[in-house]
Each structure stands twice: as structure tokens, then as C-alpha cells.
Design a protein around this ligand. Structure first.
Ligand SMILES: Nc1nc2c(ncn2[C@@H]2O[C@H](COP(=O)(O)OP(=O)(O)OP(=O)(O)O)[C@@H](O)[C@H]2O)c(=O)[nH]1
Ligand SMILES: [Mg+2]
Length: 425
């Protein structure tokens, strides 16, 4: 099984609650408030790891949660922060907010990471609310809820070069010959059902990554065969090696094979069809291939294209082809880096400010806004002190003014999230 696309649910830890407590010691009759703060909830990060190749580990366990922060306790003791949760994915994973349809990150380098759910802040303990005019606050702040999100992980393999061609053309045989990869090889179509990567060593310092893509057929761009699922992997490569089975009965069939696959690439996307392409005829060791060499060369040169002949069995033509592939990707190498800023542009920064809206529903004023909901959740509005503090906060954010503007009058019911209170300006 090879999972390259999966939906997971992540939940950050809740912040610990602040504590309500007063110092109690002998001979100190009225000790001040000493309830500590709650710890921060752990956040959930997604991080790229070069060692990983698939998203399989999320298949059985798609729900992931970071640790909650601990509650504060007396003696001004703050609760411990919850630990962050790191979810490791292969390099080349695109992280998308599945509901908002935003791309949050494109993890194209080893160890790159993105925070997908922020841990809730810990609530403040009651001693933090003490002031010269407010000596014994009997309330504390609850910890914030952690963010939750549904995330789509989409793996695009990052290989320098992809092998494309009809089934049975000899792609896997070639990959096995030039790298240590061990793909299955057999004399029937669709032997390869998942992409395989192999590292090709050019010389002591130079290597490149070659991907063996399952065979394509006519209609692949529309979803025929295994096609479309894998065409997206080719989008990231710098070049394409188009392998054509040399044992086809005539040069005409060979060039027709070439055009069919080419057409699929064009239909799938313009970025695919404009990639540098190296055309290779396989199975050169067979006499029936050797007979047609001149004819094949001619048909391609009529279209202004040159071809390589190789045999993965005897190794003929392979070193020339490897040098050519390496030269091609070296030239493109620098140009491709310009892809990265583009991916960065799609990054979404989750930045929520204190914005809110007020609606009047059945004589109640309903305030909506992310921060508002959070704040309302954090205070026990049945506690008169906490309510007063909360209303003071709202005033600071301009909520009171906005309510008046909407026509709210003393005694009207105001609702924020699940909480209700009376409006007393
Ligand atoms: N004589 C000869 N046979 C080859 C050569 N390369 C591949 N073959 C044979 O061609 C058949 C198909 O080879 P594969 O490498 O499995 O082909 P593929 O392109 O990976 O096929 P799919 O995985 O189905 O897309 C096998 O029987 C191979 O032994 C070659 O250079 N010479
Ligand atoms: Mg194969």
C-alpha cells in the first residue's frame, strides 16, 4: 500500500486553567491571592523528514492530539506546558486546510515545518488580577481551547527525473540497472503500481533521483489506467525520460507510442509538457530493435528530435544516457529554485485579530468573532467579579461602543458563543 493523499484531524492541547487560591499561613490573617497560571497547551506541527517515503502511518490513525497544559495551583505555581506534537511526513508533502481550502505549507525541504494547530494559552491565576483597587479577586481565567483543524496531506514525490512510458516499456528494468532500487519487473503490463525512487550515482560527488512511474496509457490524463494519480508526481521533476519499447513491430508504431504519451502529458498540464524531455528506445539488445535503428532515428529527426538507444540487459548506451540526463538537470537546477518562492506565496498565515460582528437576533445581540468566543469561554460569567473584568475587556476592544451603535440598551441580552449576559454600559 502506498498512501500519497490522506485527510487527518489534528487538535492542539487546551491551555491549563488559572487557579483561584489565597495564601493561608499562620499569623498572616489575610494572605493575598496566590493562584498560579495554567500552562500552555501543546501545538501540532507537521514536519518534513527525508527518511520517510509515504503517508501510510496516518492511515490507521488519522486523529492526532497534542498534550493539554496543566492547571495552575496555589502558591503561585504555574502549570506545566503541554508538549508539542510533531507529525512527520515525507519531503514533498503539501499541507492543506481541508475546510478553508488553503495551502498552509509546501514542505519541500528536509526539516521544514508548519504549525497546523496552535495550543491554547494557559489561563491566568487569580493573583494576576490583583491591583491596588482590587485586592482579592475570587476568579481566574480558564485555559484557551486548542485549535482543531482538518488537514489534507498530499505527497508529491520529489525526484529530479521521471521515467514515463507505456506499460512494459522497460522502465523498472532501467531503474534497477542504474540504481539500487528493486522494483518488480515482469513481462506483463502494469507490473509497477506505485512509483519507485532510485538514486543514480553519476560520479563521486554527483547523484540524482530517478522515479519509475507506473505505465501510462491513452486517456491517462482523464483517469484511464493508473495514470492521473501519478502524473502529479511528475510535475515536480526537472526533466522527463520518455522510454519507448523498441521491440514494437515497426518504427511507425514506435513514433505513434511516443505521440500518445506525449499527448497525455500535454493534456494533463502545460507545466508537464514544457519539461525538458529525453527520448529513449529500449531493448536495444534484441535483433528486431537493431534492424530498425536507422528508420527510428529518421522518423524522430523529421520532427527535430534525437533519440537514445539503450539495453538495460547488456548495459549498452546507458552511461551516455546517464551523462546526458545529468547535464540536463544540472542546467535546469538553478532555474527550478525559482519555484520555491512561488510555493511560499501560497503560505497562509493564520493571524486572527480582535475583529467581531454584532447581529441582532430576536431582541438579543449576538457577537461573533474568534477572539470574542475565546474570551467568553475563558471566564465564568456567573462570577460577578469575572463578569465585571470581562466587560471591561470588551469595552477596551470597542465592543461596548459598537453595541450602543446597534441600539443596545441597558438590560438587553448579549450573547457571545454559548454565554449570555446583560448589557450594563
Ligand atoms: N531484452 C530486453 N528486455 C527488456 C529490457 N528491458 C526490459 N525488458 C523486459 O521487458 C519486460 C517489461 O519490463 P519492465 O521493466 O517491467 O517494464 P515497465 O515499463 O516497468 O512496465 P510497467 O511496470 O508495467 O509499466 C520485462 O519482461 C523485462 O525483462 C531490455 O533492455 N532488453
Ligand atoms: Mg515497471
Amino acid at each position: 500500500m502506498f498512501i500519497d493523499e490522506i485527510i487527518i484531524h489534528v487538535k492542539a492541547g487546551k491551555g491549563g486553567d488559572g487557579c483561584v487560591s489565597f495564601r493561608r499561613e499562620r499569623f498572616i490573617p489575610k494572605g493575598g491571592p496566590d493562584g498560579g497560571d495554567g500552562g500552555r497547551g501543546g501545538s501540532v506541527y507537521i514536519k518534513a523528514d527525508l527518511q520517510l517515503k509515504t503517508l501510510n502511518e496516518y492511515y490507521r490513525n488519522p486523529h492526532r492530539k497534542a498534550q493539554n497544559g496543566e492547571n495552575g495551583s496555589s502558591g503561585k505555581k504555574n502549570g506545566k506546558n503541554g508538549s508539542d506534537l510533531y507529525l512527520y511526513v515525507p519531503v514533498g508533502t503539501v499541507v492543506e486546510d481541508n475546510r478553508a481550502r488553503h495551502i498552509m505549507a509546501d514542505l519541500s525541504r528536509d526539516r521544514e515545518k508548519v504549525c497546523v494547530a496552535c495550543g491554547g494559552l494557559g489561563g491566568r491565576g487569580n493573583y494576576r488580577f490583583k491591583s491596588s483597587t482590587f485586592q482579592s479577586p475570587k476568579f481566574a481565567q480558564k485555559g484557551e481551547k486548542g485549535e482543531q483543524r482538518t488537514i489534507k496531506l498530499d505527497l508529491k514525490l520529489i525526484a529530479d527525473v521521471a521515467l514515463v512510458g507505456f506499460p512494459n516499456a522497460g522502465k523498472s528494468t532501467f531503474l534497477a540497472r542504474v540504481s539500487r532500487a528493486k522494483p518488480k519487473i515482469a513481462d506483463y503490463p502494469f507490473t509497477t503500481v506505485n512509483p519507485h525512487l532510485g538514486i543514480v550515482t553519476v560520479d563521486r560527488e554527483h547523484k540524482f533521483v530517478l522515479a519509475d512511474i507506473p505505465g501510462l496509457i491513452e486517456g491517462a490524463a482523464q483517469g484511464a489506467g493508473l495514470g492521473i494519480k501519478f502524473l502529479k508526481h511528475i510535475e515536480r521533476t526537472k526533466a522527463i525520460v520518455h522510454l519507448i519499447d523498441g521491440s514494437r513491430s515497426s518504427a511507425k508504431k514506435i513514433i505513434k507510442d511516443y505521440h500518445i504519451i506525449r499527448n497525455e502529458l500535454v493534456q494533463f498540464s502545460s507545466s508537464l509538457s514544457s519539461k525538458e524531455e529525453i527520448i529513449v528506445i529500449s531493448k536495444y539488445d534484441l535483433p528486431e530493435v537493431q534492424e530498425k535503428v536507422e528508420e527510428i532515428r529518421k522518423s524522430f529527426s523529421k520532427e527535430g528530435k534525437s533519440v537514445f538507444f539503450i539495453s538495460a540487459l547488456t548495459g549498452e548506451g546507458i552511461s551516455g544516457l546517464i551523462s546526458r540526463i545529468f547535464e540536463t538537470i544540472k542546467l535546469i537546477g538553478n532555474k527550478e529554485d525559482s519555484l520555491l518562492p512561488l510555493a511560499q506565496e501560497k503560505m497562509v498565515h493564520y493571524d486572527f485579530r480582535h475583529t467581531f460582528t454584532i447581529k441582532k437576533v430576536d431582541n438579543q445581540f449576538v457577537i461573533e468573532g474568534r477572539e470574542m468566543n475565546k474570551l467568553a469561554y475563558q471566564y465564568d460569567l456567573n462570577n460577578p467579579q469575572a463578569l465585571a473584568y470581562f466587560q471591561e475587556k470588551l469595552k477596551g476592544w470597542g465592543v461596548e461602543k459598537a453595541l450602543k451603535k446597534k441600539g443596545a440598551q441597558e438590560g438587553d441580552i448579549v450573547r457571545i458563543g454559548e454565554k449570555e449576559f446583560y448589557f450594563f454600559p
